[in-house]
Write a protein that binds this ligand. Structure first.
Ligand code: IVH
Length: 684
């Protein structure tokens, strides 16, 4: 095939696929690909057609405005067309957009811009006559929409009368605004919790659920769905309204509409716009609502209007699309992953699919209850999400894509590794392997034991641990401490230098503080802070091992769950045997109580601190040491007994908890002030 034939064939294929997806989306309300996947196909076709205008056919999906009209709802003729947006997928696309519009403007014409979130919801057009909401319509075909007024009246963030506040700005006699209806992430999660509690199938896609809720024939059903609406545009007005987008957003907010105040920005320079939008990806997951990009708009309304429209897209705005976080693919298999504690996590084996920059082959299915609640079946087309640092997971099945050959998924009856029976605690969702000697559990425990956060044995990773187990050189954590060069040198990849370093590192680990050893055991809820509390109280492994749950719980900063996890752990004979082996190989099992002269002062005596966030100069362990040197205590969780919460950048939920409980909050400077003269005294 010549290059031209290839392009012609590709355009033809894209048209065919896009037509089918359009039909599934618009007519059947049953899409089998994500919006982002659709956008990419359309973008590819548009790019081909720009380079080869001769390939544009009258029936090309690029030539028509999509429609989501519902046949059985009353119709509304829009006063002005409800436009859409062109897409940009990177900085170059944004610069190309600026160049395109620059050619239509006088030379050196300066532009300023507003950047807004691109809400992942549904357009809503709201008409106010004399300040009263009289009509609410969907976008529909862009010319004609569905009348959804009774449903929209149930949405609490949409004012029925404006201005909402008594002293608000005056309202034009006739005002048409545009916004987006969606679920806040929290509200969608709550809705699904409610569904789960009632044993009803969960909603998979927030946008489709919002669409379904908005188009209900009975507004009482809409009222039960916690929808929200953000407003971002004045489409028409009889009377005075601001002349810029930035002004319009402020005005809409003053009238009482919900606007994305914390996300919108004004810029004079396009390069600043680019820096902002490219840096925004990080913030995306932290927003309370889903966005699929940002919209860049020419601020001045007159210039925006002069630039006109191409197809259905105004030239004065462009949507910067983030890399898609969701994709559809086939669920080929479900395997159970055995974790350190024996918990079996169902993992999806997928037909490889490209999501937000990487190829995903496996994804978490969380737990077997969720598989049932979401009705995920083997062979299903599923939606996979990969966002931020979270491991990819399966959101849910595309039920309409079913062929009838899909199979139900049931929890395993035995451990896939050691074939021991599987059990499940009452009230818990997780199934787990009941065999503490399960090779997979043992391997994972040892991997955890040697990891940096635990005993920090340098030079031994997952591969090394598995090799040592496989060769029969170790059977548990304690065996590591009797390894010799003679054992290690014959192993593949263990050259002399590596062996020397590893043995030195193992030797050094023998002298780790007792708290480190305790936290390295991987007991549920026992991290470093808790382990240190325990050591301060019991001073030895033996004292801790024979402590009763009540004794442990009585320590400030300890909860009942951790206390019972500890006693359960020490009650098991193989764990006690492990401790004995630790003793034999010479690990440190006692810790002398801190000497009085370790202290610089006692100014913080009797005070309990909780640290949250990153402090400007002190590292977490330095802040902790400082507090302890001055007689204070550091615990991991905030309670009424906490004296101070020390906060830094990006504090966690501990800060909110402190505020709720009225616990005093200080920053690093505040902490140093508490220690005050004593620190200075030290320097003298
Ligand atoms: S402006 C002339 N601004 O994105 C105005 N649209 O892909 C054109 N959308 O159909 C639209 N957030 O439903 C605009 N801040 C925002 C938006 C936004 C979401 C939606 C809108 C539109 C779609 C286009």
């Amino acid at each position: 095939m010549t290059e031209n034939q290839t392009i012609t064939a590709r355009a033809e294929q894209l048209r065919r696929e896009l037509h089918e997806h359009n039909y599934r989306y618009q007519v059947l309300s049953a899409p089998i690909i994500t919006d982002a996947e659709y956008d990419h196909l359309l973008h590819e076709l548009k790019t081909i057609e720009t380079d080869h205008p001769e390939l544009i056919t009258p029936d090309s999906p690029t030539q028509r405005v999509g429609s989501d009209l519902q046949s059985d709802m009353p119709k509304v003729q829009h006063i002005t067309p409800v436009l859409s947006l062109g897409n940009a997928f990177g900085a170059d696309d944004i610069r190309a957009w600026r160049e395109r519009i620059g050619r239509l403007l006088p030379e050196n014409y300066a532009l300023d811009y507003v950047v807004e979130p691109k809400f992942d919801g549904l357009t809503i057009v709201l008409t106010y006559e004399g300040g009263i909401l009289t009509l609410a319509a969907t976008r529909g075909s862009g010319e004609v929409g569905d009348d959804v007024t009774p449903n929209v009246r149930t949405i609490k963030t949409i004012p029925l009368r404006i201005p909402v506040a008594a002293g608000g700005p005056s309202v034009p006699a006739h005002l048409v605004v545009r916004g987006e209806v969606l679920f806040l992430k929290n509200d969608f999660a709550t809705l699904n919790q409610r569904m789960a509690a009632e044993d009803l199938p969960l909603f998979v896609n927030a946008r489709n659920t919002a669409s379904g809720a908005l188009k209900q024939k009975d507004p009482r059903i809409t009222a039960q769905r916690p929808l929200t609406a953000f407003v971002y545009d004045i489409m028409d007005a009889k009377g005075d309204v601001p002349l810029s987008q930035w002004g319009a957003l402020a005005y809409l907010r003053e009238l009482g509409f919900l606007t994305a105040t914390d996300t919108i920005q004004h810029f004079d320079d396009l390069e600043d716009v680019i820096t902002y939008v490219e840096g925004f990806v990080e913030r995306r997951d932290k927003l309370p609502y889903e966005i699929d990009g940002l919209v860049i708009k020419v601020n001045d309304h007159a210039t925006f209007a002069d630039l006109g429209v191409v197809g259905k897209d105004p030239r004065g705005a462009i949507a910067y699309k983030f890399p898609a976080e969701e994709a559809t693919t086939k669920l080929l298999d479900v395997i159970a992953n055995v974790g350190r504690t024996g918990v079996l996590t169902p993992t999806a084996v997928l037909d490889p699919v490209f999501v937000s920059g990487v190829t995903v082959k496996q994804a978490s299915l969380h737990n077997y209850d969720l598989i049932a609640q979401k009705d995920i079946r083997l062979g299903d087309m599923v939606i996979v999400k990969r966002s931020g640092e979270v491991i990819p997971y399966v959101i849910g099945p595309v039920i309409v894509a079913r062929t009838g050959n899909e199979q139900m998924i049931s929890p395993p009856e035995c451990c896939p590794v050691c074939e021991s029976p599987v059990d499940r605690d009452e009230g818990e969702v997780a199934y787990y392997c009941t065999n503490p000697a399960c090779p997979e559990r043992v391997a994972r425990n040892i991997e955890y034991f040697v990891s940096r956060g635990a005993m920090d044995i340098d030079g031994l990773g997952e591969r090394g641990v598995r090799l040592l187990l496989q060769e029969g050189l170790i059977h548990d954590e304690a065996d590591l401490f009797v390894l010799t060069a003679h054992d290690l040198l014959p192993l593949e990849g263990f050259a002399e230098k590596k062996v020397d370093n590893l043995l030195a590192s193992i030797h050094a680990a023998k002298d780790r503080p007792l708290a480190r050893l305790i936290s390295a055991l991987g007991i549920r809820g026992v991290g470093e802070t808790v382990a240190e509390l325990l050591v301060r109280h019991f001073h030895s492994m033996d004292a801790l091992a024979s402590a009763a749950a009540e004794q442990i719980e009585a320590i400030e900063g300890m909860g009942p769950h951790t206390a019972s996890a500890l006693t359960a752990w020490f009650a098991k004979s193989h764990n006690r045997a492990l401790i004995e082996k630790f003793r034999t190989v010479g690990l440190r099992l006692v810790e002398a109580p801190p000497q009085a002269d370790d202290r610089s002062s006692d100014v913080l005596a009797g005070k309990t601190f909780v640290l949250t966030g990153t402090l400007p100069t002190l590292k977490r362990n330095e802040a902790k040491a400082l507090i302890e040197q001055h007689g204070g205590k550091v615990t991991g969780s905030v309670s009424k007994k906490t004296s101070y919460v020390v906060t830094g950048a990006d504090p966690g939920s501990k800060l909110t908890k402190a505020q709720d409980l009225g616990v005093e909050i200080v920053d690093e400077e505040g902490l140093l002030a508490l220690i005050g003269d004593n620190t200075m005294g030290e320097n003298e």
